[in-house]
Design a protein around this ligand. Structure first.
Ligand code: HEC
Length: 127
């Protein structure tokens, strides 16, 4: 009788230890996870603070390539040939901001900083 009682206690203790280990495991993971995600939000905010706008090339490839082409001379639907444009930076900024003809205005899509960045990039397309 005493022997079985002891055995029962042992099994009980064993189970409790296992349960405790599992809890510890889950706890440590949840701590790791919560720290990790906090760290991540911190670093992304830091990144956006460091780069207030995307670089001109990235914006150009996302918004402008469709009509003007990678090199600026695709000319889809009468798109101006950017490799031959004689517009100044200010004039480019104006066209990109307010649009012209088929080209839609970008003032609601891009920030003034982004518009200037992409305008500068179009100057680099000049041959
Ligand atoms: C829907 C097609 C389309 C998209 C997208 C587009 N453009 Fe244009 N773009 C045009 C057309 C068409 C013209 C000529 C407009 C006119 O003179 O009537 C033009 C003209 C221009 C001009 C004036 C060039 C000159 O010498 O007169 C600049 C600069 C320009 N686009 C830059 C951009 C930039 C930068 C983007 C991306 C942010 C962009 N465009 C996106 C179609 C487009």
């Amino acid at each position: 009788m005493a022997f079985y009682e002891k055995l029962g206690n042992l099994v009980l203790i064993n189970n409790m230890i296992r349960l405790f280990k599992n809890l510890l495991f889950i706890l440590s993971w949840s701590i790791l996870f919560s720290c990790g995600s906090k760290e991540q939000t911190k670093s992304t905010t830091a990144e956006t603070e460091q780069t207030p706008f995307m670089d001109g090339k990235t914006i150009y490839q996302r918004e402008c390539v469709l009509c003007h082409g990678e090199a600026g001379d695709k000319g889809v639907a009468g798109s101006a040939n950017l490799t031959q444009s004689i517009l100044s930076l200010d004039e480019r900024v104006y066209v990109i901001t307010n649009g012209r003809g088929i080209m839609q205005p970008f003032k609601s899509k891009l920030t003034p900083g982004e518009i200037e960045a992409v305008a500068r990039y179009t100057q680099e397309l000049k041959k």
